[in-house]
Design a binder for this molecule. Structure first.
Ligand code: SR1
Ligand code: MG
Length: 399
């Protein structure tokens, strides 16, 4: 069955032939639905007559969003399985991996059908309290646990080398750090935003700052990042104290700067805030803009709580932590600035803004581009408490 791409009809036979899946679901009574709406993979939800459920995710040999003309290694399934295992050991806020079939690049995952995708909830105006906090704890736990101070130095180097993910990182290098800034055929914005984009692409400070973040992404290995921690990569159920939060889709995982995941998340929270703002819900917009400051506060507190666990306490006195956190925050802003631009301009956009009518689209997309410049160029001088005001300023600025 090597090189087989599963279809809905194949799945019961596949499950029946896999001893590791016995007891999870009954292959003879399985109802299978393909639900993959992401950019890369096939995803099957499987339910048996007793109501037991699992999810199968298969990596295709190409990028689904584009088609077979963009081949892509199926090894990404193994890399995702590995990241889910490492992250799952460090945090409860991770989708559980039940089985991995290396031969066919199939992950078997816990079914989270009683959850919803965070972005879908945000677009519908739903609650976000408690979610940003848990995600920020997840990033802090994984950041410290996979860092050079959470592991021995030798283990750190071995883990970083084993997590190399060059093909998927090449997607990020192109789509997150290069194309929005230097221009590419795959870019697009509506005509109302084109002059602003052209002006930015002619702005050497903006372009150079993005390329500096690309250099950081390529050359600085600090933690095993999720690699694509936008609001479409998070399942949520409930809110506040009773919330369940599960990050999924970690096929872009690699060793990269700690600020990468938080920066991605922050930009996507701001996209949701911009949507609320241009639809006239100012209180919701301000709460979402303010969630960036909350995220930093929770992350920094949690990361600091891990500090006493570090290997070699004498070698790294407390003053080191202060400098490390300062650098992480600066990176967060830089990566958020890249994500703000690339999800507005590049191949993989966000429904928060793309589903808007022209007038609100223009306001939100323009604001994200202006904010991108502020975050990237000004990143060394910003504090997390500045972000909400900067979002408002980006919305208010004309032209
Ligand atoms: C070709 S894949 C496009 C994007 O989808 C994923 O979610 C990543 O964000 C990637 O950049
Ligand atoms: Mg994804």
């Amino acid at each position: 069955m090597a090189d087989v791409v599963l279809t809905v009809g194949d799945v019961p036979g596949y499950v029946a032939g896999r001893p590791t899946l016995r007891g999870l679901v009954d292959a003879d009574t399985l109802t299978v639905t393909e639900v993959g709406d992401g950019n890369l993979n096939l995803v099957f939800i499987c339910v048996d007559a007793a109501g037991r459920r699992v999810v199968l995710k298969q990596a295709l040999p190409y990028v689904r969003l584009v088609g077979p003309e963009w081949p892509m290694t199926e090894l990404r399934a193994a890399r995702e399985a590995s990241a889910l295992t490492v992250h799952g050991a460090l945090s409860e806020h991770v989708c559980r991996l039940l089985d991995f079939d290396e031969e066919h690049n199939v992950l078997v995952l816990e079914d989270l059908s009683d959850h919803e995708v965070f972005r879908s909830r945000l677009n519908a105006g739903g609650a976000h309290d408690g979610i940003v906090e848990r995600l920020s704890e997840y990033v802090a736990d994984v950041a410290f646990g996979t860092s050079f101070l959470g592991l021995t130095e030798e283990e750190f180097r071995l883990r970083a080398a084993a997590a190399a993910n060059p093909e998927l990182c090449a997607i990020s290098e192109a789509l997150v750090f290069t194309e929005p800034f230097l221009g590419a055929e795959r870019n697009s914005v509506r005509p109302s935003v084109a002059p602003l984009l052209a002006g930015l692409q002619a702005d050497a400070a903006w372009v150079a700052a993005a390329l500096d973040m690309k250099r950081a992404f390529l050359t600085r290995q600090e933690m095993l990042v999720h690699g694509d921690l936008h609001t479409g990569s998070v399942f949520v159920r409930g809110s506040g104290d009773g919330v369940s939060v599960k990050a999924f889709d970690s096929e872009f995982a690699c060793y990269a700067p700690i600020g990468f995941d938080l920066g991605m998340l922050w930009a996507n929270l701001v996209f949701a805030g911009m949507r609320a703002a241009v639809l006239g819900d100012d209180a919701r917009a301000d709460a979402l803009f303010g969630s960036v400051e909350t995220s930093w506060r929770v992350f920094a507190a949690r990361f600091t709580a891990h500090w006493p666990e570090r290997r070699d306490p004498a070698g790294y006195p407390d003053v080191f932590l202060d400098g490390w956190l300062t650098g992480i925050l600066r990176d967060c802003f830089g990566f958020a600035g890249c994500e703000a631009a690339r999800r507005t301009v590049g191949l993989a956009k966000v429904s928060d803004v793309e589903t808007l009518d022209d007038a609100p689209y223009t306001a939100a997309a323009s604001a994200m581009l202006r904010l991108s410049r502020t975050l990237l160029v000004g990143r060394a001088a910003l504090g997390a408490e500045d972000v909400a005001g900067l979002c408002r300023k980006a919305l208010g600025a004309a032209g």
